[in-house]
Write a protein of this length. Sequence first.
Length: 314
Amino acid sequence: MLTQDLYSKILIQPALKKANATLCVVSGYATASMANLHLKHLAKQKVSASVELIVGMTGRDGIERAQHLGLCRLASSKCYGLNLSCRYVELPTVIHAKSYVWLNRQHKAYVAFCGSANYTLKGFSDSQIEVMEITDAEKAHDFYLSTYQSTFDCLDQDVSDKIKILEDRSVSEKTHKDLETISLSLLNSRTREMYNAGGGLNWGHRLTLERNKDQAYIHVPVEVQRSSFFPDRNEPFMVETDDGFSLTLVRVTDSGKGLHSIPSNAELGWYFRKRLGLKSGAFVKTEHLLTYGRTDVSFSKINSKSYLMDFSQS
Protein backbone atom coordinates (compact mmCIF):
# COMPACT_ATOMS: atom_id res chain seq x y z
CA MET A 1 0.00 0.00 0.00
CA LEU A 2 1.36 3.42 -1.00
CA THR A 3 0.31 6.47 0.99
CA GLN A 4 3.40 8.71 0.94
CA ASP A 5 5.35 10.45 -1.84
CA LEU A 6 2.83 9.32 -4.46
CA TYR A 7 3.83 11.97 -6.98
CA SER A 8 7.43 10.78 -7.19
CA LYS A 9 6.73 7.05 -6.88
CA ILE A 10 3.96 6.94 -9.49
CA LEU A 11 4.52 9.84 -11.87
CA ILE A 12 8.30 10.39 -11.93
CA GLN A 13 10.40 7.43 -10.84
CA PRO A 14 8.98 4.89 -13.34
CA ALA A 15 9.86 7.25 -16.21
CA LEU A 16 13.53 7.12 -15.19
CA LYS A 17 13.70 3.35 -15.70
CA LYS A 18 12.83 3.23 -19.42
CA ALA A 19 13.64 5.43 -22.39
CA ASN A 20 10.73 6.91 -24.36
CA ALA A 21 8.19 5.69 -21.81
CA THR A 22 4.48 6.42 -22.03
CA LEU A 23 2.16 6.90 -19.06
CA CYS A 24 -1.45 5.87 -19.73
CA VAL A 25 -3.79 7.46 -17.19
CA VAL A 26 -7.44 6.80 -16.49
CA SER A 27 -8.69 9.29 -13.90
CA GLY A 28 -12.17 10.31 -12.87
CA TYR A 29 -11.07 13.93 -12.73
CA ALA A 30 -7.96 15.70 -14.03
CA THR A 31 -6.65 19.27 -14.15
CA ALA A 32 -4.51 21.19 -16.59
CA SER A 33 -2.32 22.52 -13.77
CA MET A 34 -1.46 18.94 -12.79
CA ALA A 35 -0.63 17.94 -16.36
CA ASN A 36 1.49 21.05 -16.82
CA LEU A 37 3.44 20.48 -13.59
CA HIS A 38 3.96 16.80 -14.37
CA LEU A 39 5.34 17.47 -17.86
CA LYS A 40 7.57 20.19 -16.46
CA HIS A 41 9.07 17.86 -13.85
CA LEU A 42 9.57 15.06 -16.39
CA ALA A 43 11.41 17.49 -18.65
CA LYS A 44 13.61 18.60 -15.74
CA GLN A 45 14.63 14.96 -15.30
CA LYS A 46 15.69 14.99 -18.98
CA VAL A 47 13.58 11.97 -19.81
CA SER A 48 11.76 11.43 -23.07
CA ALA A 49 8.25 10.51 -21.97
CA SER A 50 4.67 11.13 -22.99
CA VAL A 51 1.33 11.12 -21.19
CA GLU A 52 -1.93 9.71 -22.56
CA LEU A 53 -4.81 10.87 -20.36
CA ILE A 54 -8.43 9.71 -20.21
CA VAL A 55 -10.75 11.82 -18.03
CA GLY A 56 -13.54 9.53 -16.91
CA MET A 57 -16.31 11.68 -15.41
CA THR A 58 -16.76 14.17 -18.24
CA GLY A 59 -19.80 12.44 -19.70
CA ARG A 60 -21.78 12.65 -16.47
CA ASP A 61 -20.34 15.78 -14.84
CA GLY A 62 -18.93 17.75 -17.78
CA ILE A 63 -15.72 19.75 -17.39
CA GLU A 64 -15.04 23.31 -16.32
CA ARG A 65 -14.21 25.55 -19.23
CA ALA A 66 -10.92 26.78 -17.79
CA GLN A 67 -9.73 23.20 -17.31
CA HIS A 68 -10.86 22.20 -20.80
CA LEU A 69 -9.03 25.12 -22.41
CA GLY A 70 -5.91 24.42 -20.36
CA LEU A 71 -5.86 20.74 -21.32
CA CYS A 72 -6.44 21.64 -24.97
CA ARG A 73 -3.51 24.03 -24.91
CA LEU A 74 -1.21 21.35 -23.51
CA ALA A 75 -2.50 18.74 -25.97
CA SER A 76 -2.05 20.99 -29.00
CA SER A 77 1.56 21.89 -28.24
CA LYS A 78 4.64 19.90 -27.35
CA CYS A 79 4.88 21.36 -23.86
CA TYR A 80 8.46 21.22 -22.50
CA GLY A 81 9.26 19.05 -25.54
CA LEU A 82 6.92 16.28 -24.33
CA ASN A 83 3.63 15.00 -25.71
CA LEU A 84 0.29 14.99 -23.91
CA SER A 85 -2.89 13.56 -25.38
CA CYS A 86 -6.21 13.99 -23.58
CA ARG A 87 -9.49 12.21 -24.18
CA TYR A 88 -12.91 12.64 -22.58
CA VAL A 89 -15.42 9.91 -21.76
CA GLU A 90 -18.86 10.31 -23.30
CA LEU A 91 -22.16 9.10 -21.84
CA PRO A 92 -23.47 6.52 -21.14
CA THR A 93 -20.02 5.44 -19.90
CA VAL A 94 -18.98 6.79 -16.49
CA ILE A 95 -15.50 6.01 -15.15
CA HIS A 96 -14.52 6.97 -11.63
CA ALA A 97 -11.45 4.69 -11.52
CA LYS A 98 -7.87 5.91 -11.15
CA SER A 99 -5.28 3.83 -13.00
CA TYR A 100 -1.70 4.66 -14.00
CA VAL A 101 0.28 2.28 -16.23
CA TRP A 102 3.73 2.88 -17.71
CA LEU A 103 4.66 1.44 -21.13
CA ASN A 104 8.14 1.04 -22.61
CA ARG A 105 9.05 2.15 -26.13
CA GLN A 106 7.60 -1.10 -27.51
CA HIS A 107 4.33 -0.20 -25.73
CA LYS A 108 4.66 -3.11 -23.31
CA ALA A 109 3.40 -2.38 -19.79
CA TYR A 110 6.09 -2.65 -17.12
CA VAL A 111 4.58 -1.10 -13.97
CA ALA A 112 1.10 0.07 -12.94
CA PHE A 113 -0.77 1.57 -10.01
CA CYS A 114 -4.42 1.90 -9.04
CA GLY A 115 -6.25 3.45 -6.11
CA SER A 116 -7.91 6.69 -5.06
CA ALA A 117 -5.67 9.50 -6.40
CA ASN A 118 -7.09 11.59 -9.25
CA TYR A 119 -4.70 13.17 -11.74
CA THR A 120 -4.96 16.52 -9.95
CA LEU A 121 -2.63 18.61 -7.82
CA LYS A 122 -4.81 17.88 -4.81
CA GLY A 123 -4.81 14.15 -5.54
CA PHE A 124 -1.02 14.03 -5.51
CA SER A 125 -0.39 16.57 -2.75
CA ASP A 126 -0.05 16.12 1.01
CA SER A 127 -3.28 18.03 1.67
CA GLN A 128 -5.37 14.84 1.74
CA ILE A 129 -4.74 11.13 2.26
CA GLU A 130 -4.80 8.93 -0.83
CA VAL A 131 -4.09 5.19 -1.10
CA MET A 132 -2.52 3.58 -4.17
CA GLU A 133 -1.42 0.02 -4.88
CA ILE A 134 0.98 -1.55 -7.34
CA THR A 135 -1.13 -3.70 -9.64
CA ASP A 136 -0.77 -6.06 -12.59
CA ALA A 137 0.67 -3.92 -15.39
CA GLU A 138 -0.76 -5.89 -18.32
CA LYS A 139 -4.25 -5.96 -16.83
CA ALA A 140 -4.02 -2.23 -16.12
CA HIS A 141 -3.09 -1.62 -19.76
CA ASP A 142 -6.00 -3.80 -20.89
CA PHE A 143 -8.29 -1.68 -18.70
CA TYR A 144 -6.94 1.52 -20.29
CA LEU A 145 -7.53 0.12 -23.79
CA SER A 146 -11.07 -0.95 -22.88
CA THR A 147 -11.96 2.56 -21.68
CA TYR A 148 -10.47 4.12 -24.82
CA GLN A 149 -13.40 2.88 -26.90
CA SER A 150 -15.78 5.26 -25.08
CA THR A 151 -13.66 8.40 -25.50
CA PHE A 152 -13.01 11.23 -27.93
CA ASP A 153 -10.15 13.69 -28.27
CA CYS A 154 -10.40 16.88 -26.19
CA LEU A 155 -9.45 18.79 -29.37
CA ASP A 156 -12.54 17.48 -31.18
CA GLN A 157 -14.30 20.47 -32.77
CA ASP A 158 -17.67 19.06 -31.64
CA VAL A 159 -16.67 18.67 -27.99
CA SER A 160 -19.46 20.93 -26.72
CA ASP A 161 -22.04 18.70 -28.43
CA LYS A 162 -20.72 15.60 -26.67
CA ILE A 163 -20.17 16.81 -23.09
CA LYS A 164 -21.09 19.83 -20.99
CA ILE A 165 -18.55 22.65 -20.83
CA LEU A 166 -19.24 24.27 -17.47
CA GLU A 167 -18.57 27.50 -15.68
CA ASP A 168 -16.49 26.78 -12.59
CA ARG A 169 -18.66 25.00 -10.01
CA SER A 170 -17.70 27.49 -7.32
CA VAL A 171 -18.70 30.43 -9.50
CA SER A 172 -22.07 28.89 -10.24
CA GLU A 173 -22.90 29.09 -6.54
CA LYS A 174 -22.18 32.80 -6.20
CA THR A 175 -21.98 35.94 -8.31
CA HIS A 176 -18.63 37.31 -9.40
CA LYS A 177 -19.20 40.23 -7.03
CA ASP A 178 -19.11 37.78 -4.11
CA LEU A 179 -15.60 36.60 -4.96
CA GLU A 180 -12.54 37.97 -3.16
CA THR A 181 -10.87 40.33 -5.65
CA ILE A 182 -7.61 42.27 -5.78
CA SER A 183 -6.11 44.64 -8.36
CA LEU A 184 -2.46 44.53 -9.40
CA SER A 185 -0.87 47.51 -11.10
CA LEU A 186 0.92 47.01 -14.41
CA LEU A 187 2.99 50.14 -13.73
CA ASN A 188 6.18 50.54 -11.75
CA SER A 189 5.05 51.45 -8.21
CA ARG A 190 7.93 53.91 -7.79
CA THR A 191 7.67 55.85 -11.06
CA ARG A 192 3.98 55.21 -11.84
CA GLU A 193 5.09 54.64 -15.42
CA MET A 194 5.42 51.48 -17.48
CA TYR A 195 8.52 49.45 -16.62
CA ASN A 196 11.63 49.99 -18.67
CA ALA A 197 13.26 47.09 -20.52
CA GLY A 198 13.70 44.19 -18.11
CA GLY A 199 10.60 44.77 -15.97
CA GLY A 200 6.88 44.00 -15.94
CA LEU A 201 5.32 43.54 -19.37
CA ASN A 202 8.68 44.54 -20.89
CA TRP A 203 10.72 41.89 -19.09
CA GLY A 204 11.62 40.22 -22.39
CA HIS A 205 13.26 43.43 -23.65
CA ARG A 206 16.20 43.19 -21.23
CA LEU A 207 19.44 43.47 -23.13
CA THR A 208 21.65 40.96 -21.33
CA LEU A 209 20.50 37.95 -23.35
CA GLU A 210 18.59 37.21 -26.52
CA ARG A 211 15.03 36.74 -25.23
CA ASN A 212 11.50 36.32 -26.48
CA LYS A 213 10.33 39.93 -26.25
CA ASP A 214 6.85 38.82 -25.14
CA GLN A 215 8.24 37.55 -21.84
CA ALA A 216 6.49 39.31 -18.97
CA TYR A 217 5.54 39.20 -15.31
CA ILE A 218 3.03 41.00 -13.10
CA HIS A 219 4.44 42.41 -9.88
CA VAL A 220 2.82 41.15 -6.66
CA PRO A 221 3.10 43.70 -3.80
CA VAL A 222 4.44 42.62 -0.42
CA GLU A 223 1.05 42.75 1.28
CA VAL A 224 -0.39 40.36 -1.32
CA GLN A 225 2.68 38.11 -1.13
CA ARG A 226 2.09 37.74 2.61
CA SER A 227 -1.63 37.07 2.24
CA SER A 228 -3.23 33.77 1.29
CA PHE A 229 -4.87 35.15 -1.85
CA PHE A 230 -2.59 33.37 -4.33
CA PRO A 231 -1.19 29.84 -3.90
CA ASP A 232 2.29 29.39 -2.47
CA ARG A 233 5.36 30.08 -4.59
CA ASN A 234 5.88 27.66 -7.50
CA GLU A 235 2.36 26.19 -7.23
CA PRO A 236 0.57 26.56 -10.61
CA PHE A 237 -3.02 27.81 -10.79
CA MET A 238 -5.55 28.27 -13.56
CA VAL A 239 -6.75 31.69 -14.72
CA GLU A 240 -9.71 32.32 -16.99
CA THR A 241 -9.79 35.79 -18.52
CA ASP A 242 -12.79 38.04 -19.08
CA ASP A 243 -12.54 37.40 -22.83
CA GLY A 244 -12.56 33.62 -22.52
CA PHE A 245 -8.81 32.91 -22.68
CA SER A 246 -7.13 30.47 -20.30
CA LEU A 247 -3.69 30.79 -18.70
CA THR A 248 -1.68 28.83 -16.17
CA LEU A 249 0.19 31.16 -13.83
CA VAL A 250 2.67 30.67 -11.01
CA ARG A 251 4.34 32.93 -8.44
CA VAL A 252 8.11 33.01 -8.92
CA THR A 253 11.29 34.29 -7.22
CA ASP A 254 12.19 33.60 -3.59
CA SER A 255 9.46 35.86 -2.25
CA GLY A 256 6.88 35.04 -4.92
CA LYS A 257 6.77 38.65 -6.02
CA GLY A 258 6.06 38.03 -9.69
CA LEU A 259 3.33 36.23 -11.64
CA HIS A 260 4.57 34.32 -14.69
CA SER A 261 2.71 32.21 -17.22
CA ILE A 262 3.76 28.61 -17.78
CA PRO A 263 4.87 26.64 -19.70
CA SER A 264 6.06 29.79 -21.50
CA ASN A 265 6.61 33.02 -19.60
CA ALA A 266 6.04 34.81 -22.92
CA GLU A 267 2.38 33.77 -23.06
CA LEU A 268 1.35 36.37 -20.49
CA GLY A 269 3.07 39.18 -22.37
CA TRP A 270 1.63 38.02 -25.67
CA TYR A 271 -1.86 38.06 -24.14
CA PHE A 272 -1.60 41.65 -22.84
CA ARG A 273 -0.13 42.89 -26.13
CA LYS A 274 -3.05 41.28 -27.93
CA ARG A 275 -5.54 43.04 -25.64
CA LEU A 276 -3.73 46.36 -26.12
CA GLY A 277 -3.80 45.99 -29.89
CA LEU A 278 0.00 45.72 -30.16
CA LYS A 279 2.11 43.39 -32.24
CA SER A 280 3.74 40.42 -30.57
CA GLY A 281 7.01 41.50 -28.93
CA ALA A 282 6.21 45.23 -29.07
CA PHE A 283 7.57 47.48 -26.31
CA VAL A 284 4.65 48.41 -24.05
CA LYS A 285 4.46 52.10 -23.13
CA THR A 286 2.45 53.90 -20.46
CA GLU A 287 0.45 55.62 -23.18
CA HIS A 288 -0.69 52.24 -24.51
CA LEU A 289 -2.33 51.43 -21.19
CA LEU A 290 -3.82 54.92 -20.85
CA THR A 291 -5.26 54.75 -24.35
CA TYR A 292 -6.71 51.33 -23.60
CA GLY A 293 -8.21 52.68 -20.39
CA ARG A 294 -6.61 50.55 -17.68
CA THR A 295 -3.26 50.47 -15.89
CA ASP A 296 -4.15 47.54 -13.63
CA VAL A 297 -5.57 44.02 -13.85
CA SER A 298 -7.89 42.40 -11.33
CA PHE A 299 -7.96 38.81 -10.07
CA SER A 300 -10.99 37.17 -8.45
CA LYS A 301 -10.43 34.02 -6.42
CA ILE A 302 -12.76 31.14 -7.26
CA ASN A 303 -10.84 28.60 -5.17
CA SER A 304 -7.21 27.88 -4.31
CA LYS A 305 -6.43 26.70 -7.85
CA SER A 306 -8.78 28.75 -10.05
CA TYR A 307 -9.08 32.50 -10.65
CA LEU A 308 -10.77 34.98 -12.94
CA MET A 309 -8.59 37.69 -14.50
CA ASP A 310 -10.30 40.87 -15.66
CA PHE A 311 -8.63 43.33 -18.02
CA SER A 312 -11.84 44.64 -19.53
CA GLN A 313 -12.25 48.30 -20.39
CA SER A 314 -15.65 48.67 -18.73
